[in-house]
Design a protein around this ligand. Sequence first.
Ligand code: ARG
Length: 271
Amino acid sequence: MGEKIRMGRALAVVCLLAGLVAAAVPASADVRIVGGTRASTQDYPYAVYLAQQDGFQFCGGTLATSEKVVTAAHCVKGEQETPGNVYVVAGRDDKKATNAGVMVQVRHIWVHPSYTDALKGHDVAVLTLSKRMNANYAPLPIATPDDQWAYEPNTMATILGWGRTSSGGQTSQYLLRADVPLVSDESCKQSFGKFNPASMVCAGYAQGGIDGCQGDSGGPMVAHGRLLGISSWGEGCALANKPGVYTRVMAYYKEIMEQLRSTPRLGTLVG
Ligand code: ARG
């Protein structure tokens, strides 16, 4: 299955780099990045994951309407010609509970036209599903240009995902959540030379310990009931002074809304 490799590579683009950097740091055997807190899609119905046909979870996403999912460009770049290789799984806290929730095939993939790699920003994509999600899967509103206030440093934001629970470790079987404070642009710029506040926003504790990790990419960073960020990149996971970097959703409001509104043809309700 060619796409498996390609998706693997899409993950590797940013995350391999992160892995290499992490390897240079004294290995702390079990960095519980998401704080080990289980969460339920009942409470976060918009939290979805991206999977291959065989069920392999490779990224996260956010339901933004009943048939659109916002995710990271680096998760799906390379699959634009074959959107049907990508599936969205909703309502399934436990990746092994294959009877829970729904697995819906993707029918169209929009990747931000300026995207090349996550470190350069524009790491945003919108997937159109082949079927609409029913009302149990309440979507999450995206941040608007009026929401600058919501990005106030130290605001506590919730991150969600099925990604790795330790740097270089295995991805989580269950949906995990953590709360992390937004980091000021000045401070994030000191952490990462490649940080660009126009397209990115950072969140995490100065002391580290709680963070997203590989496999969480594309997933939501939420505060004030809005999607503020999309998990994009980092250096290792949960390291001190290396917060997670998220796509600044507000900056892409216009383009995302255009994609959310473009509704080719509605399928049947599922879920
Ligand atoms: N690029 C990673 C992925 O594809 C996400 C990295 C997030 N890293 C972090 N330290 N917050 O899943």
